[in-house]
Design a protein around this ligand. Structure first.
Ligand SMILES: [Zn+2]
Length: 309
């Protein structure tokens, strides 16, 4: 049997959720914010209208269940996140949650009973939050939310534990994983590609085969600052000239991995030169993990889009 989802309805849902945004700032619904909670309220209403059994788990994840014929079997889970970074994209996270919801609606409307329960999920705070931690809801599921992390504070002084309570979770149950391996039969997440490959190659969809692993390193080059006009080339210790060779080598080596099965990219994205003056031989160069615009990470395993302390 072939059943089509309701494309227009899915699109309308995406447009509707986009209306829950900070004034004058499209697609901005930071986790734990009043705007996020309003968006969640709307989402919850959609889950209920779709006939799903709705709950917010202890980790603050919004779940909607479409019960299957054999509720004792591990369910099929699908979803993503409804929180955004500031000025996030139209589809990031949202597409995954609303597509899963649309699948549930379609199953229900067509009276299709699945063997297993189908769960639509909106994970709490996938993006870095004001508590300095990302992937809060998924951490709760896997038991990666330590007592320490629950005490992280937001600029308003509240703790993450309090934030989780505020979205309907229960932080006192988070001292152990909410799920064990095997509790889920399969997980499917539709996600926007946050890069240009599919569009460039005109591919309609890509299937994820590997999850990216990120390593960041700090490097410092120590030379000696000298007057550039009076210091002969053979007795200089130019830190920037050395750093430039490393930057070029990193780039050249990464290029060699292009189109290889074990794909790799490498970037030197930030350097600080001292004293950074046109008439002084550079005495020191730091290539740092630090990112100017992002907030500090508070945990070793925080999101890639925060600034390592
Ligand atoms: Zn995302």
């Amino acid at each position: 049997m072939s059943v089509q989802i309701h494309k227009t309805r899915l699109w309308e849902s995406i447009e509707k959720l986009a209306e829950y945004t900070e004034p004058g700032q499209p697609y901005t619904r930071r986790s734990f914010s009043p705007m996020f909670l309003q968006g969640r309220e709307w989402l919850k209403r959609q889950f209920i209208d779709a006939g799903l059994e709705v709950e917010v788990d202890a980790g603050g994840n919004l779940m909607g269940q479409y019960p299957g014929r054999n509720p004792e079997l591990p369910p099929i889970v699908s979803g993503s996140h409804s929180d955004t970074v500031p000025d996030g994209g139209r589809f990031d996270g949202i597409a995954g949650v609303l597509t899963a919801l649309e699948v549930a609606r379609t199953l229900k409307e067509n009276h299709i009973e699945l063997n297993r329960t189908f769960v639509v999920v909106d994970f709490l705070a996938e993006e870095p939050s004001d508590y300095g931690l990302s992937r809060v809801g998924s951490r709760a599921l896997t038991g990666d939310l330590s007592a320490d992390m629950l005490q992280y504070t937001a600029p308003d002084g509240s703790t993450l534990a309090e934030g989780i309570q505020r979205v309907g979770g229960n932080s006192s149950e988070l001292n152990q994983p909410l799920m064990a391996p095997g509790d889920v039969a399969g997980f499917f997440e539709l996600h926007i590609e946050q890069g240009p490959v599919l569009e460039t190659e005109q591919l309609p969809i890509g299937i994820v085969t590997n999850i990216v692993g990120i390593t960041r390193v700090d490097m410092s080059f120590h030379g000696r600052p000298d007057h550039s006009g009076t210091t002969p080339m053979d007795i200089r210790a130019d830190a920037l000239a050395a750093a430039a060779k490393v930057i070029a080598t990193v780039n050249d080596n990464a290029q060699k991995w292009l189109k290889q099965p074990e794909y790799l990219v490498a970037t030197v994205g930030k350097i600080n030169v001292q004293p950074n003056a046109s008439n002084v031989v550079p005495g020191r160069v730091d290539m740092t993990k630090k990112h100017d615009k992002l907030r500090p990470c508070r945990a070793e395993k925080d999101s890639a889009s925060c600034e390592a302390a």
